[in-house]
Design a protein around this ligand. Structure first.
Ligand code: ZN
Length: 414
């Protein structure tokens, strides 16, 4: 091993994504993405001055609106998707920033007297938009609002179209790994993390034949490790290799710290009816996805984004990594199912989604595999026998081989 740190799989995704984005940036498609860092309102209505600090040149126009009986000055801005609000003054009651829009609520009729756009200067690192508002008559306000209604609708439709176009371009982007130079990957192999479910004080499900899920999962994990290590193509890590309890977040943190390229959590199911049998595979559910950001920030699972990436892109990049991770998880799950079918029974509707905690890493493709039902006699016997475990782990190994074959092919075809 040289001193060079192998890249985190998410970095590989990012290298591709950044290159696509840079092209888009220079093509000015992304030019309007701005982070508004500060908004200030001063003045007494004659005039009232709004100053907006952004990190990108922003040509957003101001529109006057009286929609819903509320007078507003609206700037369609393509902010990075966060929200903020603050106090006004001089005829402005409050301002608010939401994805796509910065708006100022007015307590009187005002209109835009002038707009100044200032580039960064020596001491001032941000772009500034300075907008002076003057008090006008109600009649004047109404007529401007009527004119702006259509213009604003058009501006916002155009912005949505531009966003859709970007999404299409990104969807048509080259496959994962394309765009990076000579493979900087460690020559040691693909990092596969196997997570034996439960352990220690947490026994998991009880087998109808006697025995505990935590022992079944550990035995399968160790067998799978041996099988993968015999191949020489993989670096295998276990979240536990003895009968100990490991917190869910620690399992994910370990996998991320090991630069896992694939995370497989092994479990065995239990059902109310002893007739239910078969393996099933889970990937993250839409509801679970909602927890990713929260858990990622709570546990400091930071998606590694290259230094020097413009700040206004990091949010977009993170979203793309999460999407890519989800796609790869689903891809592996779909490869796993036919292999499992050869090894034993599988449940109907076998690729399922759930919010299991161990599936929450934003940047590690992950599946949770229920090897079978310990409440079913045949499954329990199968999962507690050498032959049954061998069949299951061979099936998993086969799917892992195909999964990484495909990835290597993609890298090789750049
Ligand atoms: Zn379990």
């Amino acid at each position: 091993m040289g001193t060079e740190r192998p890249p985190h799989p998410a970095e590989l995704m990012l290298i591709r994504i950044v290159s696509v984005l840079l092209i888009l940036c220079f093509g000015a498609v992304f030019g309007a993405f701005a982070d508004v860092s500060q908004v200030r309102v001063v003045g007494d209505g004659a005039p009232t001055r709004i100053t907006i600090w952004t990190d990108a040149p922003e040509d957003a126009e101001a529109y006057v609106s009286d929609a819903g009986g509320v007078r507003r000055i609206i700037f369609p801005l393509r902010s990075n998707g966060y929200s903020a609000e603050g106090p006004g003054g001089g005829g402005i009651t409050v301002w608010s920033l939401n994805p796509g829009r910065l708006e100022f609520e007015l307590d009187r009729a005002m209109s835009v007297a002038r707009v100044l756009r200032l580039p960064p200067t020596g001491s001032e690192k941000s772009y500034r938009i300075i907008v002076d508002l003057d008090t006008v008559s109600d009649a004047r306000f109404s007529s401007v609002a009527k004119r702006d209604q259509r213009r604003l609708a058009k501006a916002e439709t155009d912005a949505v179209r531009a966003a859709e176009k970007e999404a299409t371009l990104l969807a048509a982007a080259p496959p994962p790994g394309a765009g990076r130079k000579a493979p900087p990957r460690s020559t040691r192999g693909h990092v596969v993390v196997i997570d034996a479910g439960h352990g220690g004080k947490d026994p998991g499900a009880m087998a109808i034949t006697g025995g505990k899920e935590k022992d079944v999962t550990l035995r399968a994990a160790l067998a799978l490790r041996d099988l993968l290590e015999a191949d020489g193509r993989y670096v295998v890590r276990l979240t536990r290799d003895t009968d100990v309890y490991v917190e869910h977040e620690d399992r994910v943190t370990k996998a991320r710290n090991w630069n896992a390229e694939l995370f497989i959590s092994l479990h065995a199911d239990a059902a109310g009816s002893s007739s239910v049998s078969g393996a099933s595979v889970y990937t993250i559910s839409a509801r679970g996805e909602g927890r990713i950001d929260r858990e990622a920030s709570r546990n400091n699972w930071v998606i590694p984004i290259e230094d020097g990436t413009p700040q206004r892109l990091t949010g977009i990049l993170s979203d793309l990594v999460k999407r890519e991770t989800k796609t790869r998880s689903a891809e592996f799950a779909e490869l796993l199912l036919p292999e499992l079918e050869r090894a034993g029974p599988v449940l109907r509707n076998t690729h399922r989604s759930a919010g299991f905690y161990v599936l929450l890493a934003p940047d590690v493709p992950a599946v949770l595999l229920e090897l079978g039902f310990l409440t079913n006699a045949a499954d329990a016997k199968r999962l507690q026998s050498d032959k049954g475990i061998e069949a299951s782990t061979r099936a998993i190994k086969q799917a892992i081989d195909i999964y990484f074959d495909r990835q290597d092919l993609r890298l090789a075809s750049q």
